[in-house]
Ligand binder design. Structure first.
Ligand SMILES: Nc1nc2c(c(=O)[nH]1)N[C@H]1C(S)=C(S)[C@@H](COP(=O)(O)OP(=O)(O)OC[C@H]3O[C@@H](n4cnc5c(=O)[nH]c(N)nc54)[C@H](O)[C@@H]3O)O[C@H]1N2
Ligand SMILES: Nc1nc2c(c(=O)[nH]1)N[C@H]1C(S)=C(S)[C@@H](COP(=O)(O)OP(=O)(O)OC[C@H]3O[C@@H](n4cnc5c(=O)[nH]c(N)nc54)[C@H](O)[C@@H]3O)O[C@H]1N2
Ligand code: SF4
Ligand SMILES: [Mo]
Length: 750
């Protein structure tokens, strides 16, 4: 295997190793360059995690690097809120922030400043690690992120069961014989809350060894198309279906706890809790025959190596936390928890709370340490529901949000009620966006601070090794030097912290970084902080935090106590990363619950079951809408890259032929999709991939809003699904938005 990190020779380009930061598959790329040009992007076959896999978005990292619309200089409004965004120097941009932001907090309190983080902030170590620091410095209750448009139900369920928000169980795809995928389409998304590059190849291997893939999804997706069985569930009915599967296990005497038995709490409570969810009672609601439900429960119980995995389709609904929980309950009651071929936990080399502190026991998780001012929604994992941000800005009174710092997020397109949020953002006294584009959200800011190209940054995946199909540790240095004068984003975040702390815009951010790290070390009980800081030299910023986390992690060198253990230098010396082996059983040490047990029946979840039972009696809506992902798109922000944007129109409304006929809509005709007076239009794609009564439209489109500067995306803007979705609909436990199965009216645009 040739080393990808090779210097250029006269005719050979230089090769670099780069971990793709664009989605959760985290593929290792080989990037060939000549001078400042990217010549080629390929999957790097020497990568320990991804084995050479990549998708078209990975290739488009070249377009992203060269995109003329990508910001390289701050934009500011010199003349107040209604003046235009104009290029400015970094000093001028930060001076404006220092002039405007602290007085707002001083006059109205810390909660007057909202912090909003988007999806890319999970994919960049500098953003994730320093947003956490910004959060502590700001001390505001108004923290929002894409998590409440996404996986918060999964994190809450796992947190309640295992004691930490990121102790999310993973399918052991390399060894399972039966994989049930619910509400996920990894062939398009490349996996989520599960870092599993080349799902297709792994599914092929599963089938080659005689295993089966079952997909539960309203739509016959790309993943469903390669499955052995596809169950077209009615949108929003996952909790009821899963409860009926659990019911069947008890009803038919199929419960078998397996090796996890000594660590399981709450089996008896579960039996009682699901008593009302007979397959016969839920069948019509789920659109799945009772016998099919019973047979799936039997298959799961009878297959020695089986596992159920669920993702966004079953999270972004009003019973998202219940559904996520019941998936793990099914795995536990069929003896597939913590066994090879079943559901296992990763053991990440760095940053995993389930490798820190006392093994096997901890404080567990709590919600509701504070509540939303207006709705009273509980804080979950430090966050409030992002769909409520517009109200918090628009509604007068003490505690009103008057300023915002938005980090790599585009809630104007990505959150239900985004159009109203756009109006709300204009009511703010001051707004800062850190983004690489002037997108539909950043265009409302007073200051935009641009981030670097991914090729100008070093990379270590902070959360994803905690969710990976295999344990590895990987790091890459920047491919290119960053442009002179443009700071890395972690330093921009530090400068914002300095401003909020009253140190001023001219503060020495590296000294502040030292100060914050020393604080961290003292809080975690390190006696000789100076010695640790010295041992971490010469690393700086996020790399320094990674080195610290690796060295004090489960495979680390323990600062000399474990000679040969991991350090960032050792990881960096291996392009392609260090393989730490396949997933292993981790009970009980992975647990951080107060009881030291897996909590199969958390009271908060049991208490929510009657709501799911009551929903069985509600009449179904005539027409509901669900989302859809395409491999050439990524939420709202990769539509500006020419290699991805070309090809057929992707923002189409898929309709079943029977619905199309009933509504008088032909393929290619324009349909109006509306709810409560909100209305969008999209071209129809007639297909029997969606069942009758279900329409599918992708999210992240709608690039025709004034102010944004995305020239390629604006050529085919698409319709913004979230403009019709309903900001009032949430899962009350997690605060997560309901994005799927929302009732809409569809008609022909005459
Ligand atoms: N209806 C519907 N809505 C959805 C979903 C759905 O399935 N259906 N999915 C939801 C999900 S899962 C998610 S995660 C959210 C995503 O919601 P958001 O995170 O709000 O949206 P993104 O489109 O990911 O926008 C990310 C922004 O980050 C910027 N960015 C990219 N790289 C960097 C960087 O290095 N630094 C900085 N500072 N900025 C950067 C991009 O320019 C873009 O503006 O959308 C959600 N919305
Ligand atoms: N190409 C591409 N890749 C991406 C993204 C992207 O936008 N584009 N976004 C990234 C992000 S931020 C995330 S969070 C992940 C998400 O990764 P996935 O969870 O795999 O996301 P989707 O492909 O949207 O798959 C969700 C599936 O749920 C189905 N579904 C809808 N409603 C229901 C329901 O009520 N019940 C059930 N059982 N299924 C339902 C949908 O039809 C869809 O097929 O993808 C990531 N990867
Ligand atoms: S699947 Fe594509 S976007 Fe995701 S990490 Fe791999 S190359 Fe990047
Ligand atoms: Mo997401």
């Amino acid at each position: 295997m040739p080393d990808p990190n090779t210097p250029a020779s006269a005719d050979q380009p230089e090769r670099h190793y780069r971990i793709c930061p664009l989605c959760e598959a985290c593929c290792g790329l080989e990037i060939s360059t000549r001078g400042t040009q990217v010549v080629q992007v390929r999957g790097w076959a020497g990568d320990t995690l991804s084995d050479g896999y990549l998708c078209p978005k990975g290739v488009a990292i070249k377009d992203l690097h060269t995109d003329p619309d990508r910001l390289r200089q701050p934009l500011i409004r010199r003349g107040g809120r209604s003046s235009p965004l104009e290029p400015a120097s970094w000093d001028e941009a930060f001076a404006l922030i220092e002039q405007k932001l602290p007085p707002i907090v001083a006059a109205h309190g810390r909660d007057a400043l909202a912090l909003v983080a988007g999806n890319p902030s999970a994919h960049k170590m500098g953003l994730l690690l320093y947003f956490a620091r910004l959060g502590r410095a700001a001390g505001s209750k108004n923290v929002y992120s894409a998590s409440t448009l996404d996986q918060m139900p999964r994190q809450l369920a796992s947190g309640l069961m295992y004691g930490h928000w990121l102790s999310v169980g993973l399918p052991d795809i390399a060894r399972t014989e039966l994989l049930v995928v619910i509400g996920a389409n990894p062939l398009a998304s490349n996996g989520s809350m599960w870092t599993v590059p080349d799902f297709r190849g792994k599914a092929r291997d599963l089938k080659a060894r005689g295993g089966r893939l079952v997909v539960i999804d309203p739509r016959r997706t790309e993943t469903a198309a390669i499955a052995d069985q596809h169950l077209a569930i009615r949108p929003g009915a996952d909790a009821q279906l899963l409860a009926a599967l659990v019911h069947t296990l008890f009803d038919e005497g199929l419960v078998r706890l397996g090796p996890a038995e000594p660590w399981l709490n709450g089996v008896a409570e579960l039996r009682q809790a699901v008593a009302g969810f007979t397959p016969e009672a839920v069948a019509a609601h789920c659109g799945i025959d009772a016998n099919v439900i019973r047979q799936l429960a039997r298959d799961l119980a009878a297959t020695p190596r089986a596992v159920v995995y669920s993702r966004i389709g079953s999270c972004t609904q009003t019973f998202g936390t219940l559904a996520s929980w019941l998936v793990d309950v099914l795995n536990a009651l069929t003896g597939h928890l913590d066994v090879p071929g079943g559901q296992l936990w990763a053991k990440a080399a760095a940053f995993a709370a389930n490798t820190q502190g006392t093994p096997g026991r901890g404080r567990g998780v709590a919600t509701g340490r504070h509540h939303a001012r207006l709705s009273g929604a509980p804080e979950v994992f430090g966050e409030l529901p992002i769909v409520q941000l517009a109200d918090e800005i628009l509604t007068p009174g003490p505690g009103r949000v008057r300023a915002a710092i938005v980090l790599g997020a585009n809630p104007v397109l990505s959150a239900p009620g985004g159009a109203r949020l756009a109006q709300a953002l204009d009511q703010l006294d001051f707004m800062v966006s850190l983004d690489i584009y002037c997108n539909e959200t950043a265009s409302h800011a007073d200051v935009i601070l641009p981030g670097l190209s991914p090729l100008e940054e070093g990379h270590y995946d902070v959360p994803f090794p905690q969710l990976s199909w295999r344990n590895t540790a990987r790091y890459n240095p920047p491919v290119f030097e960053r442009p002179a004068g443009q700071p890395p984003e972690w330093q921009n975040l530090l400068r914002l912290i300095a401003i909020l702390k009253g140190h001023g815009a001219q503060a020495d951010v590296l000294a502040l970084d030292d100060e914050l790290l020393a604080d961290d070390l003292r809080r975690s009980g390190v006696a000789d902080t100076a010695a640790v800081m010295a041992a971490l030299q010469p690393w700086q910023g996020p790399e320094r935090l990674v080195d610290l986390a690796l060295r004090s992690g489960p495979y680390g060198d323990g600062f000399g106590r474990q000679p040969g253990g991991l350090t960032l230098a050792r990881v960096a010396a291996q392009p392609g990363g260090i393989d730490l082996g396949e997933l292993q059983p981790r009970l009980p040490e992975v647990l951080r619950t107060p009881s030291g047990k897996v909590e199969l029946a958390p009271p908060m979840l049991l208490a929510d079951l009657p709501r799911a039972l009551a929903a069985l009696a509600e009449p179904p809506a005539e027409m509901v809408v669900i989302g859809r992902r395409d491999v050439r798109s990524n939420n709202s922000w990769m539509h500006n890259l020419p290699t991805l944007a070309k090809g057929p129109e992707r923002c189409t409304l898929q309709l079943h032929p029977a619905d199309a006929q009933r509504l008088g809509l032909e393929d290619g005709a324009l349909a109006a999709i509306s709810r409560d007076g909100r209305r969008i239009q999209a071209p129809v794609e007639v297909t029997d991939a969606v069942p009758p009564g279900v329409a599918s439209l992708p999210h992240g489109w709608g690039h025709d809003r004034p102010g944004s500067r995305l020239r390629v995306a604006a050529e085919r803007p698409g319709a913004n699904l979230n403009e019709v979705l309903d900001a009032r609909l949430i899962d009350p436990l997690s605060g997560n938005a309901v994005l799927s199965g929302v009732a809409v009216c569809i008609e022909s645009v005459a």
